[in-house]
Design a protein around this ligand. Structure first.
Ligand SMILES: *[C@@H]1O[C@H](CO)[C@@H](O)[C@H](O)[C@H]1NC(C)=O
Ligand SMILES: *[C@@H]1O[C@H](CO)[C@@H](O)[C@H](O)[C@H]1NC(C)=O
Length: 186
C-alpha cells in the first residue's frame, strides 16, 4: 500500500516537472486589461492578473487544470465576456482549448484568439480558435459546436483586443468533435 502511494506521489511529481502548463496573454492594443479566471469545480483558483497596454503576461497552470477566463478592459465593469477555455493534460495527453462566445457573444473587445505558443510568429496558423474580429466562424458558439482544438503542446497564447492585422488567414484546423460522429452509413 505504502509502495503504491509512493509511486503515485512520484508520478505526480514527475508530471508536474515535465508539464509546465502556461498561457501567454498578448495585449494587441493600448488598452490595459484584467484577466479573470474561473476554474471548473475542483481545480485551483487563479489570481486575477493585469496585462499592460501592448504588454504580455505569462500565467502558469497546475497539472490537468480545467477552466476558463475572460478579459475586462480598464474602466469597464467586471462582466463575463468572450471566454478562453482550456483543459490541460487531457485525454491522450493533449491540451484542449477554444474561444467561446456562448456566455457573451457581444464582447468583441476582449479574448480574441488562442493557439499553441510555437505558432506565435507564424502568419498562417494551422491550429487556432477564435477570431481577430467577431463574429467569425472559428469560435465556439453552440453547445454542440466543434471548435475545440487540440495540441500536444502545453504552452498556449491568448490574444486580447484589436489586432493590427485585419486579414484572417487560416490553413487547416485540428478539430475534435465534442461528440463522435461515426461517418455516414448511406
Ligand atoms: C457582454 O460583454 C460586454 C463587453 O464586456 C458587456 O458590455 C456586456 O454587458 C456583457 N453582457 C452580459 C450579458 O454580461
Ligand atoms: C517570436 O519572435 C520574437 C521576436 O523575434 C521572439 O522574441 C520570440 O521568442 C518568438 N516566439 C516564439 C514562440 O518563437
Amino acid at each position: 500500500m505504502q509502495f503504491f502511494a509512493s509511486l503515485a506521489a512520484l508520478a505526480a511529481t514527475a508530471a508536474t516537472l515535465v508539464s509546465a502548463n502556461s498561457v501567454t496573454f498578448v495585449n494587441q492594443d493600448e488598452t490595459v486589461r484584467r484577466i479573470i479566471f474561473t476554474p471548473n469545480d475542483g481545480f485551483a483558483s487563479m489570481d486575477t492578473i493585469e496585462v499592460e497596454a501592448s504588454g504580455t503576461s505569462k500565467v502558469e497552470f497546475s497539472q490537468g487544470w480545467i477552466g476558463n477566463w475572460y478579459a475586462v478592459s480598464e474602466g469597464y465593469e467586471d462582466v463575463p465576456g468572450m471566454l478562453g477555455e482550456v483543459a490541460f493534460n487531457g485525454w491522450n495527453d493533449l491540451t484542449y482549448y477554444d474561444v467561446s462566445a456562448i456566455v457573451n457573444a457581444t464582447d468583441t473587445n476582449g479574448v480574441k484568439e488562442m493557439f499553441p505558443l510555437s505558432q506565435m510568429n507564424l502568419t498562417t496558423k494551422t491550429s487556432f480558435s477564435g477570431c481577430k474580429t467577431f463574429p467569425c466562424n472559428t469560435v465556439y458558439i453552440q453547445w454542440d459546436d466543434v471548435q475545440t482544438v487540440t495540441t500536444s503542446e502545453t504552452d498556449l497564447v491568448c490574444t486580447l483586443g484589436t489586432s493590427p492585422e485585419t486579414v484572417e488567414k487560416r490553413a487547416e484546423h485540428n478539430l475534435v468533435a465534442r461528440h463522435y460522429v461515426l461517418g455516414k452509413l448511406s
